[in-house]
Ligand binder design. Structure first.
Ligand SMILES: [Zn+2]
Ligand SMILES: [Zn+2]
Length: 436
């Protein structure tokens, strides 16, 4: 598998209609993988001129008829690097929202997962609610102790600085003409929302945020090197995306680069190290390259343990290893054949102990039939699931690590080629327990 970095720069507004609310068609603020995939498919089918069943020896066949198809991830708005959806557990002040680096009046954004989980764990252990819940639910900066609220949208990390890219939406009102009476009928008024080709850039020294072209960035995972080379050449040929392209909307420039840095390697004794750390209740002793799965697991468990130990008299049991599954895109999963917004109770040998699910309805456009796929329930991007491996022996941790590496590499659930099921384990954002 070869990871490709895709950048889509908008030249004109992009029509990404998602759902109709009354007379307004709302827009998404990101480009779903299915849309990029669909645009490439249509372009290649037009170029070779084959009918649907007869693609042989052409670019279309090399991409969409391959045994292993590429996965087209979603492209999220980004200012400098890549952005990710806020986890469902991120919170900000209701009255002064946003990151402090971006807005000096803001009261900051932080993640409540670890402190909330520690609070619940200790309360459960003691059989009574311990003190501290109010502290978790209210803004520490506000004198009036205003409620914290969930954060929607995306965040990106540039050096030590967190940004919240803020794509702008434009609204275009249209009137349809009643054909019989040749007048504008009131019920035929409609409004289209579109993603603007400009968004606010990083603030300058005067605190102003000048407009920059809207950029959407994401990953495409090619099955092998030759498919990657082909996609690098083919994707930039897509010059139009979304709806109403005949009216000049959705003009884009796409650039594709292979991932330049090599992913951190896992230590060969990772399972042993993590098992030892779990039984000694000391995750600071784990030595692994930053960013590796082992490192993320160790950091998450170390900070969780510290949060548990702030409750005097509470003794966390030894031999447990926690991890989160963070949904970076919507995940389509079935439970006994039925759609669900939850990941399974048992996963990688561990038990699900907490779910912060953001249910989502997803639909798609089938390239094969030309019809809309039916809407179905999914686990929305930003959902977080906490798992606990209760008896963290070296063997159990080894099996767990193998599964977790596989799901990070290959995704989970259905529709992976359309970008669904992109997950990350123990996202570092959960360590941001203080407002930033
Ligand atoms: Zn063809
Ligand atoms: Zn506040």
């Amino acid at each position: 598998m070869v990871e490709l970095e895709v950048t889509v720069e908008l030249h004109t507004p992009l029509l990404l209609g998602s759902r109709k609310l009354g007379m307004v068609t709302e827009s998404l603020k990101f480009l779903p993988g299915a849309m990029l995939r669909g645009a490439l498919g249509r372009l290649l089918a037009r170029e070779c001129g084959h009918s649907l069943e007869n693609h042989v020896g052409c670019d279309f066949a090399a991409i969409f008829r391959a045994d292993a198809q590429p996965r087209f991830g979603p492209c999220y708005p980004a200012l400098s690097s890549f952005s990710f959806p806020f986890p469902a557990t991120a919170r900000q002040c209701k009255y002064y929202p946003g990151f402090r680096d971006q807005d000096e009046d803001a009261h900051g954004i932080h993640d409540t997962l670890i402190s909330l989980f520690a609070y619940e764990e200790v309360s459960q252990d003691r059989g009574v609610e311990v003190h501290g819940l109010s502290h978790l639910l209210h803004c520490a900066e506000c004198k009036s102790q205003s409620q914290l609220e969930p954060v929607s949208g995306f965040y990106e990390l540039s050096g030590d600085t967190y940004w919240q890219p803020k794509p702008r939406l434009l609204r275009l009102s249209r009137t349809a003409i009643n054909r019989r009476r040749r007048v504008a009928a009131e019920e035929l008024l409609y409004t289209l929302e579109m993603l603007s080709e400009q968004m606010s850039g990083p603030p300058d020294s005067q605190g102003q945020a000048p407009f920059v072209p809207t950029r959407l960035r994401g990953l495409v995972w090619a099955a092998d090197e030759s498919q990657a080379v082909r996609l690098q050449e083919l994707l930039p040929r897509v010059r139009q995306l979304g709806g109403s392209t005949s009216r000049g909307l959705g003009r884009v420039t796409i650039t594709v680069d292979p991932r330049w840095d090599t992913p951190p390697t896992e230590p060969p004794d990772a399972a042993q190290q993590l098992a030892n750390a779990a039984s000694a209740l000391n995750f600071e002793q784990v030595s692994a390259p930053e960013g590796s799965l082992t490192h993320r697991l160790a950091r998450f468990n170390a900070v969780l343990l510290k949060a548990l130990e702030t409750y005097t008299g509470y003794q966390p049991p030894a031999g447990r290893l926690f991890f989160t599954v963070d949904c970076l895109s919507d995940v389509i999963w079935s439970n006994g054949g039925l759609p669900t917004a939850l990941l399974p109770v048992q996963f990688a040998g561990a038990q699900r102990v907490r779910a912060f699910s953001l249910p989502q309805k997803v639909s798609g456009f089938s390239g094969a039939t030309g019809l809309m796929r039916t809407l179905r329930l999914a686990t929305g991007r930003g959902s977080v699931f906490v798992y606990c491996l209760n008896n963290a022996t070296s063997e159990a941790v080894q099996t767990m690590l193998e599964t977790l590496q596989k799901v990070e590499r290959e995704g989970v659930g259905q529709g992976k080629e359309r970008g669904y099921g992109w997950v990350h384990i123990c996202s570092p954002f959960h360590l941001e327990v203080k407002p930033k």
